[in-house]
Design a protein around this ligand. Structure first.
Ligand code: NDP
Length: 297
């Protein structure tokens, strides 16, 4: 039997707990504010940003959305970020990636006030995470930690394999798994496109975090019996649906089911957790900037 880890349900619980913190902040006259900045005409980015804004509205976070012409000079983006850094009503800033060509992404990440960097991508916050003293944990790996916790998966002493080494998922995930302390202490291997024999690694893993962005390429034969499988991938593949496509993960769910001990579905696994943890970081940021202690789930 394979347990299905229900990300929608775990995310709903976290959002309900966050609601209490948001109400507590409101009692002190504070409404957390999250600014999203979009400088791209990529439809997926537009969708992500509008979902984030909708999430804010649902829980009582003030959503501020700034949309910039994708052809505008890079300075427009930097000026926008500077204004948001200075705005006391804005506690969190999220610049939607990927950015247009003329903008230096690393400079953007450095330009966001680290105290408002709810994505956790500013070098100061990356450094703090690596040092074991995170300010904001990046939303996707943080959400995965919460999923593992909710499913009662013991990370301590476990063999974990992270497939993917991106700045937003793979690297911070591996860093969290190796931290000393709760939800850490895993013996962690990071695999990537140059890994010689991926299956040899995944077959030894008690926990597999698949974050490569390749459709259904990890199948049941690559998994150890009873392993916990967290599928981060969101891949669009052609399908006979109204939209002409469907979303699938990096894991071939059908063949993994029956081998894995627990698995996250796509959709309904990691995705809702990423969104919930953005709200979490925004509430945390608001509490810290306003000097109000808030309980966080
Ligand atoms: P990136 O493209 O930035 O990174 C992918 C990583 O996977 C790279 O390190 C790459 O290796 C590695 N990789 C690619 N193909 C293989 C392969 N065949 N075998 C082993 N390693 C491989 O992607 P992201 O980290 O941004 O995202 C990964 C996936 O997760 C995507 O599908 C994305 O849509 C999804 N995602 C989902 C989120 C959610 O909330 N559900 C949030 C964020 C991402 P190399 O470094 O050598 O190129």
């Amino acid at each position: 039997m394979t347990d299905i880890i229900d990300g929608d349900a775990v995310a709903a619980d976290i959002r309900a707990d966050l609601q209490d913190s948001i109400d507590a902040l409101a009692d002190e006259g504070v409404r957390p504010g999250l600014a999203t900045v979009l400088m791209s005409d990529d439809p997926a980015s537009e969708t992500y940003v509008s979902m984030k804004q909708r999430d804010c509205e649902e829980v009582g976070i003030e959503g501020i959305h700034v949309e910039l012409d994708p052809d505008a000079p890079a300075d427009e983006l930097f000026d926008t970020v500077e204004d948001l850094n200075d705005d006391p009503e804005v506690h969190g800033i999220l610049v939607q990636m990927p950015l247009v060509e003329q903008v230096d992404t690393r400079r953007v990440l450095r330009s966001v006030d680290p105290e408002k960097d709810v994505d956790g991508f500013h070098p100061e916050n990356v450094g703090r995470l690596v040092a074991g003293n995170p300010r904001f944990k990046p939303c996707t790996p943080h959400g995965i930690q919460k999923l593992l916790e909710s499913a009662g998966v013991e990370t301590e002493g476990a063999e974990a394999v992270v497939v993917g080494r991106s700045m937003i998922v793979g690297k911070p995930m591996a860093n969290l798994l190796i931290q000393k302390g709760p939800l850490g202490n895993a013996t962690t291997t990071v695999c990537h496109s140059r890994t010689e024999d991926l299956a040899a690694h995944t077959r030894e893993a008690d926990i597999v975090i698949a974050a490569a962005g390749a459709p259904e390429f990890i199948d049941g034969s690559m998994l150890k019996e009873g392993a916990t499988v967290i599928d981060v991938g969101v891949n669009r593949v052609d399908a006979d649906t109204d939209k002409g496509y469907e979303l699938v993960g990096d894991v071939d769910f059908e063949s993994a089911e029956g081998v894995a001990g627990a698995i996250t579905p796509v959709p309904g696994g990691v995705g809702p957790m990423t969104r919930a943890m953005l709200l979490y970081n925004t509430v945390k940021a608001a509490g810290e900037q306003e000097g109000i202690a808030v309980d966080l789930p």
